[in-house]
Design a protein around this ligand. Structure first.
Ligand SMILES: Cc1ncc(COP(=O)(O)O)c(C=O)c1O
Length: 375
């Protein structure tokens, strides 16, 4: 096929009659939210999500950012405490740390997985480090065993940013059951959505209770506030959509994998590209299929992306700027003791291609053919 009439989006939500019916039922029920944040749909969605990831608790909140912020508050992060995070991430990872009064301590990534490693984290540790927040970039889980070992040895809490990694696996365990707590996002375009929404999973009873309290103004029981909190409740309509999406998630993940494997087969032969890797101990969730234009500078990479977009392939760059170079974080003067060469190189060279479950085979073929043609 030589052309496409409409832009093929990088990601898009897959909605069906199940989601529509679930929302209509909520509207008919008249229960749109519940003041404790524990309405019937929220409770059902939490139970099913906890079971899916293999965690004892799941707490539904208003967004992925709310999940990160609540979790940091529950972990007792105090103003001035350092939290090690990647600079190669969506800014919300750092934003949540700053919102909680913490100081983002930026660490470098691994060139193959785009995730933090034990070594890069070690380079960013100080006596002020209170938490480590690995991001499972593009849907691939970071190498968690060495990170957990380091954190346990030092008494540091590990909060995973799994916003992009619903259904990802590490040594046979799903993301959400590995660190002290994991945060997910249900923004549209993620592997599953609730419109806006987020989830915290944990195996720790006290921690879960703290997050539940933070979700509703720090209330221990109705109107009895015993700690700092917020309104981070998930609406019942969102939870109903989430429960319907969760049932479809295994199918979505299969489609994403199939599409990613097709692109690997077609594009893996191009010497100019570095194709995403899936280590044997992990299962990628393929939120994004991200390749690297070998040896390129940002200008060259951007030109390729422009060429693809002008041919209606919705290629996108995640992320063009390292977070530590964004104006707010530059001014914040976060502790950053070492250079972040792999972060800066990735920001210059990566671009992502669509592999979402809504793609038709003809569109996928067109994506692969167009990349081959314009590169
Ligand atoms: C890595 C990462 N962290 C945090 C977030 C924030 O999630 P939300 O947009 O639901 O607040 C996102 C997604 O948007 C993300 O990709």
């Amino acid at each position: 096929m030589d052309s496409m009439r409409d832009m093929i989006p990088i990601n898009q939500p897959s909605m069906g009659k199940e989601e529509i019916e679930a929302v209509v039922e909520v509207l008919k029920s008249g229960i749109l939210s519940e003041k404790s944040g524990r309405g019937p749909r929220v409770l059902q969605f939490e139970k099913e999500f906890a079971k899916f990831v293999g965690a004892k608790h799941a707490i539904a909140v208003a967004s992925g950012t709310a999940a990160l912020h609540s979790t940091l508050l529950a972990a007792g992060i105090q103003p001035g405490d350092e939290v090690v995070i990647p600079s190669f991430t969506f800014s919300a990872t750092a934003g949540a740390v700053a919102l909680g009064g913490g100081r983002p301590a930026f660490a470098d990534i691994d060139a193959d997985t785009y995730c933090l490693t034990r070594e890069t984290i070690e380079a960013a540790l100080t006596r002020g480090t209170k938490a480590i927040m690995p991001v499972h970039m593009y849907g691939l889980c970071a190498d968690m065993n060495p990170i957990m070992e380091l954190a346990r040895n030092r008494g540091i809490v590990v909060i995973e940013d799994g916003a992009q990694a619903h259904g990802a696996e590490y040594n046979g365990r799903r993301v959400g059951s590995i660190g002290d707590a994991t945060c997910f996002s249900f923004y549209p375009g993620k592997n599953m959505t609730t419109g806006e929404g987020g989830m915290v999973t944990t195996n720790d009873d006290d921690f879960a209770e703290q997050v539940r309290m933070i979700r509703t103004h720090g209330e221990e029981r109705p109107y009895w506030v015993s700690r700092q909190g917020h309104n981070y409740r998930m609406p019942e309509m969102s939870a109903a959509i989430g429960a319907a999406q969760l049932k479809k998630l295994p199918g979505f993940l299969q489609e994403r994998r199939r599409n990613a494997e097709y692109l690997i087969e077609k594009l893996g032969v191009l010497g100019k590209l570095v194709i995403p890797k899936e280590p044997t101990d992990r299962k990628h969730a393929w939120y994004l299929f991200t390749a690297r234009l070998r040896g390129a500078n940002a200008g060259k990479r951007n030109k390729l992306v422009e060429k693809l977009r002008s041919r209606n392939v919705g290629a996108s760059v995640y992320y063009e700027s390292p977070v530590h170079m964004l104006p707010y974080y530059r001014d914040l003067q976060s502790p950053r003791r070492s250079a972040l060469p792999e972060t800066e190189r990735a920001c210059r060279q990566v671009f992502s291609l669509p592999v979402h479950p809504g793609l038709r085979q003809t569109e996928l073929q067109y994506v692969a053919d167009t990349v081959k043609r314009v590169i």
